[in-house]
Design a protein around this ligand. Structure first.
Ligand code: GEK
Length: 250
């Protein structure tokens, strides 16, 4: 039975910074479905992209894999393509649970799950790298180096799927998207208190960029093609393609 997310339902005297600990891992599937517009469509499309873009005898990396939803979508979609799938997350609560979930499925493509930070992960011979709502939790100063490492670790024709919550550049426009997202959460059963306490918990932990900032940084590390394929309110998913002739940026 899946446990519902009630982590912010009672008033807290002070709201601590959000952490991906055991209490979060336990309710994570419910939390992400009710908080991220289009989450299930994005997972399904990651499977479609894997079927189209994963190359034989390469590796797929799922950085910030949480409970492995994207890795499992890739495994299901690549049953006829010999490849390795590696899920990485720096939360032990997540990787322990993720390993148990993955063991409960018997899929021909094995999924290796490691507890380590994306910044410390070597990316090699990859045809697909997934960061599904993970870069937003990585310190801004580390983001460009991480993306450069991903670009260098991709084979020609390889793709990075980067899903992020984004900030709209104007104050009024950003408020509009934030309000629409909060309305989405209320419609999914979160109370006003839950919405506001969660927002406070994430304030110092989830630091968002604008789409223009993402695009400029992806281009600076070498990706010439950045395709926004999904957007709903302030949530987006992009595919950055490493074309055959591209070499790393400065
Ligand atoms: C999904 N992709 O279900 N290195 C590795 N992992 C990290 C790091 C880091 N430096 N920082 C945070 N994480 C998943 C959802 S959730 C998104 C991703 C969300 C991990 C963190 O432990 C958490 O599991 C994940 O990134 C972000 O498709 O909760 O909004």
């Amino acid at each position: 039975m899946q446990k519902s997310d009630t982590l912010f339902a009672s008033p807290l005297s002070s709201v601590a910074d959000f952490r991906f600990d055991e209490t979060v891992a336990e309710v994570f599937p419910d939390m992400i479905q009710r908080s991220v517009p289009g989450y299930q469509s994005i997972i399904n499309t990651i499977g479609e992209l894997a079927a189209a873009k994963v190359q034989p005898n390469t590796t797929v990396y799922d950085l910030g894999c949480s409970l492995g939803a994207a890795s499992l979508a890739v495994a299901r979609a690549t049953q006829d393509i010999p490849c390795n799938i590696i899920g990485i997350d720096n939360s032990e609560a997540m990787t322990n649970r993720c390993k148990r979930i993955i063991q409960s499925f018997s899929l021909p493509t094995p999924i290796e799950v490691n507890c380590q930070s994306a910044q410390d992960t070597e990316i090699d011979n990859a045809s697909m790298v997934i960061m599904n709502f993970t870069l937003q939790f990585i310190p801004p100063a580390d983001r460009e180096n991480l993306l450069l490492k991903i670009f260098n670790g991709l084979v020609p024709g390889g793709i990075l799927v980067l899903s992020e919550k984004i900030r709209h550049p104007s104050v009024a426009g950003n408020e509009l998207l934030v309000d629409l997202h909060h309305q989405f959460k209320r419609q999914n059963g979160y109370s006003e208190l839950e919405v506001s306490q969660k927002r406070a918990a994430l304030e110092n932990v989830m630091l968002t960029d604008t789409f223009a900032e993402h695009e400029a940084r992806l281009k600076a590390v070498g990706f010439s093609d950045v395709v926004m394929w999904f957007k709903c309110y302030n949530f987006t998913s992009m595919v950055a393609i490493k074309h055959a002739q591209e070499t790393a940026g400065e």
